[in-house]
Design a protein around this ligand. Structure first.
Ligand code: ZN
Length: 414
């Protein structure tokens, strides 16, 4: 039994309701100017003004008393959308993109996702683990204490299971909480290039049952896009995943408005991701289905595309979450503070809305709302101490790292 007391904390946190924070609730942040946090065995035992926290402490000895000097304290970032398990970077492709080659053409030429598939298939589990652990260590320094990681660079049963096995090991052997997602429907592999139907059949009949038997993945995600998986194919795969007990996510309307957001609403998916081209009908479907919109502004920035319509989504009652999309192709971003600043300066979210998006709504998007995403008794003592006066410092100090320290289950990580 270890007890730690953090005092002199200026606490800023969203508070967990019965559903993800939508509309005006997205901007509601609870503030304690002279706050104290009592941490017991890695979880928040009490939070509030000094006197009430001392009451909960009840005179018990604390192992450590930490003075946070009045600095802003926010929940640890929850990054609800990454592809952070791969074997090699693709910086050359970035240069091709800068020279004007569209992504779907790079994909057709065997680049993009498919080049990551070749390097992942050639890598051992240990190699993948070492490479990905270095990525996770970097995200932790930027304040990410909970992270979702998708498979999807294996694209056959053996290699998808290998990736999920590594993602599971990352969760056990690194400090961060890791949520594994199966994304065998990330692209059609080269060997199925001319017969995507056969790959959809393999996904439904062999890969999904094997993934569920392995027992690592909690979600199933799919890239619903022109030239990748159509809406009917996406529906067929996701319905099978749900039947087998997985929760659903959809990469929807990133390049074209194909109707992915509408499908996400119809299936009541946990989240729909990207949504750069989502239509008004798509946004209405997300609101109607209670689907969290996971927006990835660093990807839009990296691809030099207009940002997703965050304001329209918030105004129409869609809960918005923010993520890095950390991957070797479209967005090699490891910094949630950078994503936060793009949300505020590029998508016109308020700092309060962005804070909820990068913490509590992100936790809802990956089924971690009971464990993470806010500073409340019973949750993990995961928090970030900022260098500044309020969460707005994350956008004000854009492009830098306005972080004093990062704490995971009450332990100092950075
Ligand atoms: Zn993605």
């Amino acid at each position: 039994m270890t007890l730690k007391l953090f005092k002199n904390a200026h606490v800023f946190t969203p508070r967990t309701g019965p559903a993800p924070a939508a509309g005006a609730a997205q901007g509601e942040i609870f503030e304690i100017a002279d706050g104290c946090l009592l941490v017991e065995n890695g979880r928040i035992a009490a939070l509030g003004e000094r006197r009430e926290v001392e009451e909960k402490r009840g005179g018990r000895a604390v192992e450590m008393e930490i003075d946070l000097d009045g600095a802003p304290v926010i929940p640890g970032f929850v990054d609800p959308h990454t592809h952070a398990c791969f074997a090699a970077l693709r910086e050359e492709e970035f240069s091709m993109r800068l020279a004007g080659k569209p992504y779907l053409e790079i994909l057709k030429a065997g680049g993009g996702i498919l080049s990551s598939v070749r390097s992942v298939r050639a890598a051992s589990g240990d190699e993948l683990f070492r490479f990905s652990k270095a990525l996770l260590d970097a995200t932790l320094r930027y304040g990410t204490t909970t992270i979702e990681i998708k498979s999807g660079y294996g694209l056959d049963t053996e290699n998808e299971l290998k990736l999920l096995d590594v993602i599971d090991r990352l969760g056990r052997e690194t400090p961060q909480s890791v949520v594994p997602t199966f994304m065998g429907a990330h692209a059609v592999p080269e060997e199925y290039g001319t017969k995507p139907d056969a790959y959809v059949k393999l996904l439904r009949d062999e890969m999904l049952p094997a993934v569920v038997k392995q027992g690592v993945a909690r979600f199933c995600d799919i890239f619903c896009e022109e030239g990748v998986f159509s809406v009917p194919e996406s529906r067929a795969i996701l319905e099978k995943a749900r039947e087998l007990g997985l929760k659903l996510k959809i990469h929807a309307d990133e390049v074209n408005d194909l109707g992915g957001a509408v499908l996400a609403g119809e299936l009541r998916a946990a989240s729909a991701e990207h949504l750069l081209a989502a239509s008004d009908a798509g946004i209405a479907a997300l609101a109607g289905g209670g689907v969290v919109a996971v927006l990835l502004p660093a990807t839009a920035y990296s691809l030099k595309k207009p940002f997703a319509r965050a304001r329209a989504m918030i105004e129409r009652g869609v809960p918005v979450a923010l993520a890095t999309d950390l991957n070797p192709g479209s967005c090699f971003c490891r910094s949630m503070p950078f994503v936060f600043s793009l949300a505020v300066l590029g998508m016109n979210m308020t700092p309060e809305e962005a804070l909820t998006g990068a913490t509590l709504n992100a936790a809802w998007a990956i089924g971690m709302e009971k464990e993470a995403g806010s500073l409340e008794p019973g949750k993990l003592a995961d928090f970030v101490v900022l260098d500044g006066r309020s969460p707005a410092a994350l956008a004000y100090a854009s492009g830098s790292r306005p972080i004093r320290s990062v704490w995971k289950t009450g332990e100092k990580m950075a």
